[in-house]
Design a protein around this ligand. Sequence first.
Ligand code: ZN
Length: 423
Amino acid sequence: MKNLFFVFLLISNTVFAQINFDDYFLSKTLRFDYSRAGNSDTSYIFFEQIKEEPFWGGSKVNLTDTFNFGDYRIMLYDSTGTKLLYSRGYSTLFREWKDTEEAKHTPLSYYESVVMPFPKQKVILKLQDRDKKNVFHTVFEYVINPKSYFIVKDKYNKYETERLHGKRDAAIALDIVVLPEGYTEAEMPKFRKDVQRFIKYFFKVKPFKQNKKKVNFWMVKAASEESGTDIPGDNVWRNTILNTHFYTFDTERYLTTRDVNKIRNLAAYVPYDQIYILVNTSKYGGGGIYNYYNLCTADNEYAEQVFTHEFGHAFAALADEYPYGYTDAEELYDMTVEPWQVNITNLVDFESKWKNMVDKDTPIPTPDTEEYRNKVGVFEGAGYVHKRIYRPVHDCKMRSNVTKEFCPVCLKTVKQMLNFYTK
Ligand SMILES: [Zn+2]
């Protein structure tokens, strides 16, 4: 009972007690960089640097994360360590790499970076990992003194920036910064046109369609030496500003980069909530990791669909609703607890998921037949697994490029997230 009571207190504190921004923070960003190194079993954090950046793009009201998404979490406390000032869930490429064959025999290090509003006084930062039972544990702790002269204060005047959509104040807008990858100096006008085209795609999709005024799109005009991106499987190598490449974890279409330091340095030119990297190629592919970054290719025939699919990952932590590579759930999931992603379930605690959106006469699990084609149910095959992981509908933007819409479960989450950012 005692434990239960403690958990309740902790949750209520986390969910409801938003502090007053101006009492604790200045309207700019403190960026905390570290490396996460390890293998499939263990990982360690190594401190890299702290930077001061000119803008704060996030909400000044919703400082404490209310979603409980992501594989990792930052918790920022006042100097006594008792008052929670700011928190955010996130995921990283390292977490995905941990599930690969390579991670079983070769230890590797990934550069990672988290941002928070710039504190006025000393604060305590805790980096936390989610374990297999979905419980967060502190793995690294650091006292940040905002007056320390070791905080890096770089100038941000090398590149031009432009706001291509939106007029809202950054604190109450969803700010998306689009970074050019593999666009040469001569191709900057193409980049601008490409971004405009993607903004059009974005506002065709619900709920962004009805909330155009709540979103700002920014671009930073940072040219690459060469055009395109790396395609290791075809022996194509290009010298580009953000070092992106296809064939991540040997999956051809998986387009990512490990150069998080460079990405943050470019994004810092404007206030931002989400980072979108637009890659100047016609090859099919992309990537999106929760509160980490989005990537999409500029000229592929499916670019329009991929753009918002990846955003579903990076913005709302949505899982892929398709099976890929794994037969049984045990290979990837702990089947004694619900996966934390809102749009997949293993039916361990379905009440906590979308059960209230399923009609009484729809069977659970739901047969994937014509009769239930447009119904919310529980359809087998999702989260990269064929068996015993389920998705909410027959098809969704998080499953295929056929439908252009988020399913009702995904849509609800994206709406909630948009509200959270724009208060
Ligand atoms: Zn969905």
